[in-house]
Write a protein that binds this ligand. Structure first.
Ligand code: UDP
Ligand code: MG
Length: 316
């Protein structure tokens, strides 16, 4: 197998026919053997049905059906785990990532790169708020983490089997693929493209989910928040010490100690707030440690037509 194309699917019935058509004409124009791996991440619409139909007519189509929604990052992980290609492309199903870019990504890879990611020059049809938070996210992560995640790049990219192999050795939960790939290393490069609008359907990514992903990235690749908690702890303790000296001084030398309610309240509330923030930050890290030590699988497959991966509960 030369190329595996991995497509996470969550409620994409509106896009699958057009996506398949465009993907097919792209892979028909390339030489080499290609497989299309559709990972149905617990869609509640007709997506799975559509993909099954495609698989009946085109043996290059593989599907993996999850028992429920496990999230896009886990869907991609499943696709990569079961892929057999010398290279793998990760692409969104909503046609925001143009399939026509795949030959170019593939060509660039032949120049001796293990990873070629597609960098968004422009993004159409997304709210100003999303564009601004996304820009901020990439810049903040560049400052806060100790890996270099390329700016303005989604998961749309081609990676070689070496990188796929390395990813298979990273069984971590709360995955952040962009971070993992950057952490793995090798020669990586980018090509630019203009990101289109979503072809049909709606985005499943709420701001809450994006915030989760951002915190996953931060906790997995940065100790800065923990350091902030420590440093602010010292800082606030320092101020508290000065205030304490002042309190003693006014008690024993100044004798003006009676009215003190305001300062008392302020310092109690302030200290309480700082402590809660620090505990919260530590909690975010600990909950992720918890998720990882439970050693649960990243996903459960309920059905697939990939022979090497039979479902956990095969029907007798
Ligand atoms: N997706 C998924 N599981 C989810 C949410 C999304 O597999 O829980 C898929 C979705 O079908 C699409 C890709 O992930 O192929 C990107 O999702 P979306 O277009 O909603 O994200 P956006 O482009 O708005 O960031
Ligand atoms: Mg999209």
């Amino acid at each position: 197998m030369d190329l595996s194309i991995i497509i996470p699917i969550f409620n994409e019935e509106a896009n699958i026919p057009a996506l398949y058509k465009r993907l097919r004409s792209v892979i028909d124009s390339m030489n080499g053997q290609t497989e299309l791996i559709f990972v149905n991440d617990g869609s509640r619409d007709q997506s799975l049905l559509l993909v099954r139909e495609l698989a009946e007519h085109d043996q290059r189509v593989r599907y993996i059906d999850f028992s429920r929604n496990f999230g896009q990052q886990n869907a991609v992980a499943a696709g990569l785990n079961l892929s057999t290609g010398l290279a793998a492309v990760i692409i969104d199903a909503d046609l925001q990532d143009p399939p026509e870019l795949i030959p170019e990504l593939h060509r660039k890879m032949q120049e001796g790169y293990e990873v070629v990611y597609a960098k968004r020059r422009r993004r159409a049809g997304e709210s100003i708020f999303k564009r601004i938070t996304s820009k901020l996210f990439y810049r903040a992560m560049a400052k806060l983490t100790n890996i270099s995640i390329p700016l303005d790049t989604g998961d749309f990219r081609i990676i070689s089997y070496k990188v796929v192999d390395a990813l298979r050795q990273m069984p971590e939960h709360n995955r952040f693929l962009r971070g993992q790939i950057s952490w793995i290393g090798y020669r990586q490069t980018a090509i630019e493209f203009d990101r289109a609008e979503r072809a049909g359907g709606q985005t499943a990514w709420t701001y809450r989910m994006m915030l989760r992903l951002a915190i996953d990235c931060l906790t997995a690749y940065s100790e800065v928040p923990l350091k902030v908690a420590t440093v602010s702890g010292f800082f606030v303790s320092g101020i508290a010490f000065l205030v304490m000296m002042y309190a003693f001084w006014s008690r024993f030398f100044d004798n003006s100690y009676l009215p003190g309610w305001t300062s008392l309240m302020v310092s109690i509330l302030f200290l309480g707030g700082v402590q809660l923030i620090a505990i919260g930050i530590i909690g975010e890290y600990i909950s992720r440690i918890g998720a990882n030590v439970r050693h649960r699988p990243l996903y459960i497959i309920s059905d697939t037509n990939i022979p090497t991966a039979q479902p956990q509960n095969p029907t007798p």
